[in-house]
Design a protein around this ligand. Structure first.
Ligand SMILES: Cc1ncc(COP(=O)(O)O)c(C=O)c1O
Length: 395
């Protein structure tokens, strides 16, 4: 393999949010424990990004910086090449993160007391974005059957018919359940939204981390009508581990929608991203495809390892099939602990710092989300600790 996905890198005392939150939970954690929570990677970035940034900063004046044509061209070309979606420069609105964009979108396109539909359990900032301006969270719980999650379209259609509900946010691929929604599912969602005058926001931040055998479809690429009725949230940050550079691209084809969000962004003091983020995005999209394909193979290998380990050693835990993202979803409800005890067990007995399922909503209680973007040795030790801790409480 050309790139290094096996070195274990300590991020202790580096400012890593993921590592800091582990130490907050448990001060005296041994040095060899790596957290499996927050969605960034325990891998070195593609070296092309660091090298290009080094050169760039050596020769730059670091004043206020706007994206240049080379930036827009990299984004346009990425979506054409990898997603068969033709976009135009004017459609791209840069934002310092998808989450800040979600807050703005909710508050810009809905009124107080209107409802925003989400499919739950889901990435927790969806809830906070909706609540931030006093909008109502309208949950459509996903239906779980033996680890497989589906949308309850009857429930969705009923909620969509309520004229108080004016926006729907989907997560594709879905964090935390790992689904990559099929074209048929997306068409059904889109048709219901159009029939009921509901705007769609599709958070596609994980769009390039798709496991072999699955295909990601950009929601807006399905039809002109869907494109006009949607806002697509994208970023290189999950794909190339550049979340610390806070640069994302919100892609909107409809002129009025775009103008409204642009105005809202400016009126709320957000004027764009930063020169490092622009440069990194450009380099990632132009030069790091080979790294990405190796990364996907590593994630698929790690996925298979976890599935096999759990099946052979801890059959009480049910693993949802990972179709996309690097976040696996483990159903621990048969371990016989409530979700509070489960969290305590994971931290204190297994020394595992996962994301607890309950943070993703009611339907996540009793589940654990584990981040498998780490060296296999880290994952293997984590699984062994889990098995040992469970064996010890069985005795
Ligand atoms: C679905 C989803 N959207 C957004 C984000 C974060 O976006 P940003 O860091 O660009 O604010 C994450 C991070 O895990 C995510 O999983």
């Amino acid at each position: 393999m050309k790139y290094d996905f096996e070195s274990v890198i300590s991020r202790k005392n580096t400012g890593s949010e993921k590592w800091n939150s582990m130490y907050k939970k448990y001060k005296n954690i041994p040095d060899d424990i790596v957290p499996l929570s927050v969605a960034d990677m325990e891998f070195k970035n593609p070296p092309e990004i660091g090298e290009a940034l080094g050169e760039y900063f050596k020769n730059s004046v670091m004043g206020y910086t706007e994206p240049q044509d080379s930036y827009y061209n990299a984004v346009i070309s990425w979506f054409k090449r990898r997603h068969n979606w033709n976009i135009e420069k004017e459609w791209i609105l840069d934002y310092p993160g998808v989450v800040p964009a979600l807050y703005h979108i909710v508050n810009c396109f809905t009124e107080k007391d209107e409802g925003v539909i989400i499919f739950t359990p889901v990435y927790y900032p969806f809830y906070s974005a909706i609540k931030s301006g006093g909008r109502n969270i309208v949950e459509c719980p996903l239906v779980e059957n033996n680890g497989e999650y589906k949308i309850n379209f009857e429930d969705f259609e009923n909620k969509a018919k309520d004229s108080k509900n004016t926006l729907c946010i989907i997560c594709n691929p879905h964090n935390p359940v790992g689904r990559v929604w099929t074209v048929e599912e997306l068409k059904k969602i889109g048709d219901i939204c159009i029939k009921n005058n509901i705007k769609i926001v599709s958070d596609e931040i994980h769009n390039d981390i798709i496991m072999p055998g699955y295909n990601h479809t950009v929601f807006a690429s399905i039809s002109e009508e869907f494109q006009k009725n949607s806002i697509i949230c994208t970023a290189p940050s999950k794909i190339f581990n550049t979340a610390g550079l806070m640069t994302s691209n919100i892609i909107i084809s409809d002129y009025e929608t775009r103008k409204k969000l642009y105005k809202y962004r400016m009126n709320n003091g957000v004027f764009g991203c930063n020169m490092a983020g622009y440069k990194a995005c450009e380099v990632a999209y132009n030069k790091c495809e080979e790294w990405l394909s190796q990364f996907i193979n590593v994630i698929d290998r790690n996925r298979i390892f976890v599935e096999n380990f759990i099946r052979e050693n801890i059959p009480e835990i049910k693993v949802s099939r990972l179709e996309g993202t690097y976040l696996m979803w483990l159903d621990c409800r048969q371990l016989g602990m409530d979700y509070i005890k489960l969290e305590k067990f994971m931290i204190e007995k297994a020394l595992l710092f996962n994301d607890e399922g309950y943070i993703f909503g009611e339907g996540g209680k009793g589940f654990e989300r584990i981040n498998i973007a780490c060296p296999l040795s880290v994952l293997s030790q984590a699984m062994e600790r889990l098995k040992k801790a469970l064996d010890s409480i069985k005795k």
